[in-house]
Design a protein around this ligand. Structure first.
Ligand SMILES: Cc1cc2nc3c(=O)[nH]c(=O)nc-3n(C[C@H](O)[C@H](O)[C@H](O)COP(=O)(O)OP(=O)(O)OC[C@H]3O[C@@H](n4cnc5c(N)ncnc54)[C@H](O)[C@@H]3O)c2cc1C
Length: 449
């Protein structure tokens, strides 16, 4: 008996036809559906799986932990008695990949979209309060309006941002723009630290330029701050899981890939604790795990190896009604305060300096600052401190050069994750874009074997 495998083009592109001939003239034909294995159910993996649905292939998601979402998740916290996010995540209305992902999973309406791109700031050193108001449209007339731009700046100062756009890949932010003065201290530094999670002195000018290009330079419509007020899970994660399941995607939790067997050109099997899953001739694998996990599964990959921490503090208090939903804070430990129903939460980026500090002391210091900004007086309320030590890769020029493309030396292996070469720092937008790109490449690769 010979078995011939033939690719079927057209609507059933994701199926492989196998014809068996018994030598006596009779034959029998059946179809095997192509399987795509997505390793990791963070946002890169979830967006890859979502993007694969239209291709009609069988999709299996393998997640090592018991929950989806990876570094972007909600859970019940015993210390505060509240549902919290591991970290406050800020999205911008110009995050186009995220928006299309939310449309696909049906949860865009769960994000609150403010009417304007306003960013209130409080300066703890001077007590000053001001609001950056970026106008809609591409013509940035807000920089000519003293009531909209950063206090103490002149319109000409903003040319510095344009300098970033022309920076070469080896440059840091501070190689290109003056890292001092009111514009830097009150806008560029907070923006870059938040987006790159890296000090501007060592942060990649190229990545900072990508952020500026897709936010401030894109105008107010692209800069509306979007916060998941019911938490990240109900907006970005749970609807994705429901959507994937409705579309017959198999999601396996507690299913860690321990090893990937490969020849010089192809992945041949995935190894789990108790089983080995063969990768068929036309199957594909999307590896959507953090860089250190990817490098341990595929040691010849070049990946970022330096990381930066993010610290979040959550306090169980009712925020005053007048407090903005997101507020920048200058000259304190606190960088951003997020106001949620029944909770005030704080983000500190590039926070390696706080990783060894005693938790209670941190909570007290941060609460004093939150109290000063928010006007909520009183003793330290119920609190939680969440420290993500490897929150993102360090967005330095050196680490940027270590980010691999989605395509690999193995024809059926594709990479996704915020650390791959997305052109953006490690963000939700980058993670989702990487997943969508990997899904596109897999769909195209179906025609090539
Ligand atoms: C505290 C914090 C605050 C942040 N704030 C913001 C923000 O304000 N705005 C923003 O845009 N971004 C923010 N980010 C970044 C954002 O969360 C990440 O860029 C994004 O979540 C990364 O998604 P990912 O899918 O690439 O990776 P991950 O979320 O790391 O997902 C990888 C998944 O792979 C799984 N996995 C690992 N190894 C295996 C294996 N062997 N087998 C199977 N599964 C495996 C992991 O368990 C995980 O679920 C923040 C991150 C943190 C930590």
């Amino acid at each position: 008996m010979d078995a011939r495998i033939k690719h079927v083009f057209g609507p059933a592109k994701s199926r492989t036809r196998i014809s068996r001939h018994d030598g006596a003239g009779s034959s029998d034909t059946f179809l095997i559906m192509r399987t795509v294995h997505v390793i990791g159910a963070g946002l890169a993996g979830l967006s890859a799986a979502t993007g694969l649905i239209p291709s009609g292939c069988r999709i299996v998601v393998h997640e090592a932990t018991a929950y989806p979402g990876g570094r972007c998740r909600s859970y019940h916290d015993h210390a505060t008695g509240l549902q919290i996010d591991n970290g406050n995540h800020l999205l911008l209305s110009g995050n186009r990949a995220v928006m299309s992902y939310l449309d696909a999973i049906g949860s865009r309406t769960r994000l609150t979209v403010p009417d304007a791109a306003d960013f209130p700031f409080a300066d703890l050193a001077t007590g000053a309060r001001w609001t950056l108001r970026i106008n809609d449209g591409r013509l940035p007339w807000w920089i000519f309006d003293a009531s909209r731009r950063v206090p103490g700046t002149r319109p000409f100062d903003y040319v510095a941002m344009a300098k970033l756009l022309a920076a070469g890949p080896a440059k840091t932010v501070c190689d290109v723009v003056a890292c001092k003065g009111p514009l830097y201290e009150q806008l560029l530094s907070p923006l870059i630290v938040a987006a790159l999670n890296t000090d501007p002195k060592e942060g990649s000018a190229k990545l900072a330029a990508a952020v500026v290009r897709e936010s401030i330079l894109a105008g107010g419509e692209a800069c509306r701050p979007l916060v998941a007020h019911d938490g990240l899970g109900p907006v970005l994660v749970e609807p994705a899981i429901a959507h994937l399941r409705q579309n017959n995607v198999t999601i396996q939790f507690g299913h860690e890939v321990r090893a990937i067997a490969m020849t010089r050109s192809k992945v041949t099997s995935l190894e789990f604790e108790a089983e080995s899953v063969a990768i068929g001739t036309n199957d594909a694998v999307i590896l959507a795990v953090p860089p250190y996990a990817a490098a341990s599964l595929v040691p010849s990959l070049t990946v970022p190896v330096e990381f930066r921490a993010i610290l979040n503090a959550h306090f169980r208090v009712e925020p005053p009604a007048c407090l903005p939903r997101v507020m920048g804070v200058l000259n304190g430990a606190v960088e951003w305060i997020f106001s949620f129903p029944g909770r005030l939460s704080v983000t500190v980026s590039n926070a390696d300096r706080y990783m060894q500090s005693p938790r209670e002391g941190l909570a007290k210091t941060i609460w004093q600052e939150v109290s000063a900004v928010s006007g909520v007086a009183g003793d330290l309320p119920r609190w939680q401190i969440v420290r993500e030590r490897r929150a993102t890769f360090a967005a330095t020029p050196e680490q940027e050069l270590r980010r691999p493309q989605a395509q690999t030396a193995w024809t059926n292996l594709f990479l996704a994750g915020d650390w791959t070469a997305t052109g953006l720092p490690a963000t939700i937008e980058g993670a989702v874009r990487s997943g969508q790109r990997a899904a596109q490449l897999v769909s195209r690769s179906n025609q090539g074997w």
